[in-house]
Every structure is written in C-alpha cells, then in structure tokens.
Design a protein around this ligand. Structure first.
Ligand SMILES: *Cc1c(COP(=O)(O)O)cnc(C)c1O
Length: 400
C-alpha cells in the first residue's frame, strides 16, 4: 500500500511509539492555505469538514469541535443528561468516556467488558438493566466504546435501549474508518449520536479535534448551540421581544467555546482523503502481528466477524498465572529498547477520582483481569516492517 510522500524519514526515528500521526506535504500545504485565508476560525472549512465526515459515515449531520471530549460533553447535554440522571459506559476506556456525564452533573456507572472483544458486554448490560429496573435506577444514556476500533454489538445494545428506554452515544474515538455489519461506524443506525477523536494517535488527526455525528436534526442543532456559548442568531430560536434588530443574537443555553479552528479543519479535510488507506494499512500490520505472534504465548486481538476494525490499537494479552509480573518485565525491556508500548486501559473505576465516587477493586472483574495482562503494541500506518519485526523480537525474548 503506497501512502505517498511523508515528511518523516523513518530510518531517522530511533524511538518507536505506540501510535503516531502521518503528515504529508499536502497536509502542510492545506494548513498553510487555511492560515492565509480570511478566516482562522468560524470560516467555511469546518462546515466542509463536517460535510465530508457526515458523507463518509453516511450520517445526516456532523458537528465539529475542538476534541472528542467536548463532543461527548455536548452529546450528553443535547440528550438532556443532568443532575439526578445516570450514564453507563465501559470501564475499559479513556476517562473522557465517563467524565462527560459527570460534567453534566449526572452519576456514572460501568458495565463490565466481554473478555473476548474487550468491549462492553451486551449480556452484562442486559443483566444490569434488569437489576436497575427493579431498583428504579435505569440509566438515561449508555455510552458504548468501540475499543481499539472494533464496534460493540450495537444491534443488541439498540434493542435493549428500546426495551429499557435509554439513549445511546457511541464513543467511536478509536473507530473512524471502521465498519459494523458492513456499514460505516458513525452512521448512527443503532445510536443517537456517535463521537470521533482526531487526536494525533487516532486514525486521522486535526492535532486536537473531534466530531459528533447524528441523524437527528434537533440534536445536531442543540449540539451546535452548546458548541458556541449557547448563542443563536436564528430568529426561530429567539425570545420574540427584541428580534427586530438585524445584529441581534441571543444566548439560549449555557454553552461553551468548543469550536474547531479553520486550521484544524483544513488538516482534517486533507487527512480524510487517506482514511481508507490508513485503515487498510493498519489491517496489514495487524495481520503481520497476528502471524508473527500466532504460535506464541500471547492472546492476539479477537475480531468479531460482524466488524471491520479501524485498528486504532493492537492490544495483546500475556497468558499465564504470573501475567502481571511478566507484562511488567516485557514493558520494561521494550522501553529499554525505546519501544514505547502502552497500556489500554487502566479501568476507569480504579482511578482515584472514581474510587471516591464509590467504586472498588473487584467491581468489574473482566476489565480488571484484562488490564492486568494487556499491552498495546506499536501500530500506525507508517510503521516499517523491520521495526515491527524488532518489536516482536524484543517482546518474545522478554517473555522467555
Ligand atoms: C482519545 C479518546 C477520547 C478523547 O479524545 P480527545 O479528542 O483527546 O478529547 C475519548 N474516548 C476515547 C475512547 C478515546 O480514546
């Protein structure tokens, strides 16, 4: 797969990171053109980037923001999540998947993962919903996270949302370019809103940046309001009294400044052209890892046949009784060779902030057991085969 010219000469790179952006001369030219244009923010490029993501995902609306964290926040706000409400998510995620609900004054709880896919378990969700119904503690919003880029079982989760009356925000931060039941992740067929991240380690980047996509025009409108101070200049939104002035605008809600700049959008528009190439390159590298590690004493990432992963991550598990000790040794030996592997994720409920919300070790045993054994190997489109071989060689010699 030819990705075209890249700025970085990989033979010069000594350190091997777990993830890395790819920036071409075309990207640089696009950003420079944005810099020379009339608008640095609130110009035409962010709406163009929104259109291009909506089109790619087959969703009707897209709202560009300055991070996926902001996108999750305005998604929760647009669904009316607030004090007294409950949101559920996966403990095997980045803290932002849970924090967004706390920002709204809601309470967070978690549903344990499926030990095969590391995604939120649909059957654990069903059990927990039944219990919550009996206790009158049903969630208003559930936030499934497409871990490593592989979709959750959205069809089942959606059916449960119909039965128990909750709304769904897909945290698809890892998953742009992935597919579920042969349709693009983000088409929102089984959710209200899906959220993408464009942080540099993710599939495509805008430096910082995120996007919320939806098929619900009312939710899109609410998210746009929350993105920009809660201010509208559409007479339809306004209190009728003072609308007779053409300069009028009104603050309808308490919003934020979560806007994406034109420079970020210019980079996004340039990057999205290579999205499919990036994902197929990630698949090639994942297959190479699968075959290099297949006979070894590690668990390679299971792929649900309903899904085509965006492969943001390649998380392995170390087998055996002393996996946690061995994992630490492997991590240290890789780091000594400047191979910057990472751990995804320390379960959210074990973070001190969440421990203070009343969570304990043992609350979500599958997420905790997975965390004790996992290691994310370097995976990004321009990872050279030789570097990948080196990673595997150091990993295997450290596991002896
Ligand atoms: C990266 C990430 C986020 C946050 O993305 P930002 O764009 O950095 O705010 C949220 N959820 C998950 C699962 C992520 O991996």
């Amino acid at each position: 797969m030819d990705l075209g010219e890249s700025e970085k000469n990989w033979t010069d790179l000594i350190m091997i990171p777990y993830g890395r952006q790819d920036i071409t001369q075309e990207d640089i030219d696009a950003v420079v053109a944005g810099l020379k244009s009339d608008y640095l923010t609130q110009g035409p490029l962010a709406p163009q980037f929104e259109q291009s993501v909506a089109q790619y995902c087959d969703a009707q609306f897209a709202v560009a923001v300055n991070s996926a964290t902001s996108a999750l926040h305005i998604a929760c706000l647009s669904l009316g999540l607030g004090p007294g409400d409950i949101a559920w998510t996966s403990p095997n995620s980045f803290v932002a998947s849970a924090n967004c609900a706390i920002y709204c004054g809601a309470t967070v709880d978690f549903v344990d993962i499926d030990p095969l896919t590391y995604n939120i378990s649909a059957s654990a969700l069903e059990e927990k919903l039944q219990e919550a119904k009996n206790l009158n503690r049903l969630p208003k919003v559930v936030i499934p996270v497409h871990f490593a880029g592989q979709s959750c079982e959205m069809k089942k989760i959606h059916a449960l949302s119909m039965e128990y009356g909750f709304r769904i925000i897909e945290d698809a931060s890892h998953a742009i370019g992935g597919r579920y039941l042969n349709k693009p992740i983000g088409n929102c067929e089984y959710s209200d809103i899906a959220v993408f991240s464009f942080h540099p380690v993710k599939i495509i980047t805008t430096a910082e940046g995120g996007m919320a996509v939806t098929n619900d025009g009312e939710l899109a409108k609410r998210m746009r309001l929350f993105r920009s101070h809660g201010i509208s200049s559409d007479p339809k939104d306004m209190d009728p009294r003072p609308v007779d002035e053409i300069w009028n605008y009104q603050q309808i809600e308490l919003g934020y400044n979560y806007r994406m700049t034109e420079l970020q959008a210019a980079l996004g528009l340039s990057q999205i052209k290579r999205l499919d190439h990036y994902v197929s390159k990630r698949h090639e590298l994942a297959k190479r890892y699968d075959s290099l590690l297949g006979d070894e004493n590690v668990v390679t990432p299971y792929q649900n046949p309903d899904t085509y992963s965006a492969y943001h991550l390649y998380p392995i598990q170390i087998r055996g009784q002393d996996a946690a000790v061995l994992r630490k040794k492997i991590y240290g030996e890789l780091l000594a060779k400047d191979i910057r592997v990472n751990i995804h994720y320390i379960p959210i409920h074990l973070q001190p902030f969440y421990a203070r919300q009343g969570f304990f070790i043992g609350d979500f045993p599958h997420a905790e057991n997975y965390y004790a054994r996992t290691l994310s190997l370097p995976l990004f489109p321009r990872l050279p085969d030789l570097d990948q071989n080196f990673v595997v060689q150091v990993l295997l010699s450290a596991s002896k």
